[in-house]
Write a protein that binds this ligand. Structure first.
Ligand code: ADP
Ligand code: ASP
Ligand code: MG
Length: 416
């Protein structure tokens, strides 16, 4: 008998009809002889609606209060799913994060799970119940409700699967699995049978929202097999697992995009030791993560520094930068929210040349200007104007022929 954690996203519980389907699928898994734990997100659009409501009252609501508010979306879903299962003659029990408890730190809006106590769940599943747990939420040491960041129900599911030593964590969503790029943007996107934790981690952290980054971190750390699949059919989806030989054979395996970043430029910064430390030290002290950074060549002892942060931190970061700029005698600050980051990802990139030039060539042919570039061993990212995002994604998908099969190591690059 296997222990299965099934997570259903917002579109999978969007109305009572879909909730019945979730209940049926969970019951099917139970009747096949498995122990079943279900994790659910808020109904589609609910979390956004709650955030909008708060913003109608105050532009930057208090973190503690917003978490109390947005955790309610999942509370609605767990009770409904549990009721639906019971209405079909099976035993079920719903739990909120604090009732398990799912312990987290106190970073409201992006809390990290520190500990899960699975005892109640174990007792209930032994008693034959389907346990239904609210995703996205936890409780900190002060007893305050916290949330895990957008898409956080994935992390709840994988963390529960890890603590219960589940055989698999199934992520049911509105697409058939993990694709070479967002199938809703590029119709030639190809579903992957398998993807390594490392590649999935890179893709998630670069904007592929089908799995939250922390969920993949948990899965990798505790070696939890994750099966991403559709809640609308019975097709086999994509297995996220350890890297194997076959996977290493590909240079580029995916294209990602992220429209959630904004860029800040400080012009005419005095080019002397300690300036970058002062600037980025102040930003780090405010717990703001900086992504890409470029510093121009200095002219007459002055330089420009540009960096990106997530849009929700733009206001806070700009206030900090304005004060530092004043102190160090920099000229001006500009911000730009109309940017997007497009990236190519692949573990095989480590041992392959010509990838960057193929990427830049594809963007150039579409007349897309690159504002910033950053690279790591297994990814290359470019910041472009956001209105070109979809065009860039399709052009890159085409250039790397991802609709066919990702490049085999040692094969030649397609000519631009
Ligand atoms: P859920 O509500 O089920 O958690 P999400 O909206 O968070 O679903 O994630 C699923 C969405 O992720 C898809 O609808 C798709 O548009 C998007 N997506 C982006 N990149 C990819 C990719 N490479 N493969 C699959 N889906 C992707
Ligand atoms: N409801 C939360 C969100 O919309 C969590 C999730 O869906 O995973 O981000
Ligand atoms: Mg999601």
């Amino acid at each position: 008998m296997a222990l299965i954690v099934q997570k259903y996203g917002g579109t999978s519980v969007a109305d009572s009809g879909r909730i019945k389907k979730v209940a049926q699928r969970a019951i099917r898994a139970k009747e096949a002889g498995n122990s079943v734990v279900v994790v659910v997100s808020a109904m589609a659009g609910e979390t956004d609606k709650l955030i909008k409501l708060a913003n109608e009252l105050i532009p930057f609501p208090d973190g503690r209060e917003i978490d109390v508010l947005i955790s309610t979306g999942e509370q609605v879903s767990v009770s409904l799913v549990s009721m639906a299962i019971k209405s079909m003659g099976h035993e079920a029990k719903s739990y909120l994060g604090y009732q398990i408890p799912i312990k987290t730190d106190s970073a409201y809006g992006k809390a990290r799970i520190t500990h899960v106590k699975p005892d109640k769940i174990v007792k209930d599943i032994k008693g034959g119940k389907i346990v239904v747990v609210a995703g996205f939420q936890g409780i900190d040491d002060q007893g305050d409700v916290t949330t895990l960041g957008r898409g956080g129900s994935d992390t709840t599911a994988v963390a529960l699967a890890a603590s219960l030593k589940a055989d698999v964590c199934e992520i049911f969503t509105d697409v058939d699995g993990v694709y070479t790029t967002d199938p809703n943007v590029c119709e030639k996107a190809r579903k992957l049978e398998k993807i390594s934790y490392d590649e999935m981690l890179e893709m998630a952290s670069l904007g592929t929202k089908v799995l939250q980054t922390r969920a993949v971190e948990f899965a990798k750390k505790y070696n939890v097999p994750v099966h991403v699949r559709s809640s609308f059919n019975d097709n086999i989806g994509t297995l996220v697992c350890r890297e194997d030989e076959e996977m290493e054979n590909t240079a580029v395996s995916g294209i990602t995009y992220d429209k959630n970043e904004a860029k800040i430029t400080i012009t005419k910064v005095p080019d002397k030791p300690g300036i970058a430390h002062r600037l980025f030290g102040a930003i780090a002290d405010a717990n703001i993560r900086v992504d890409m950074i470029i510093q121009n060549v200095s002219e007459e002892g002055l330089t420009d520094i540009t960096f990106t942060v997530v849009k929700t931190n733009l206001h806070k970061a700009t206030n900090i930068v304005r004060e530092i700029a004043r102190q160090i005698g920099a000229k001006d600050i500009n911000t730009d929210e109309n940017i997007a980051k497009v990236s190519i990802v692949g573990t095989g990139m480590r041992s392959h040349s010509g990838i960057a030039s193929t990427m830049f060539g594809a963007l150039a042919r579409e007349g897309i200007n690159i504002m910033m570039i950053s690279t790591s061993e297994i990814k290359i990212s470019c910041i472009i104007e956001s209105k070109y995002t979809e065009l860039a994604v399709r052009a890159l998908h085409e250039a790397f022929q991802l609709d066919k099969k990702a490049f085999a190591k040692g094969s030649s690059m397609p000519t631009p």
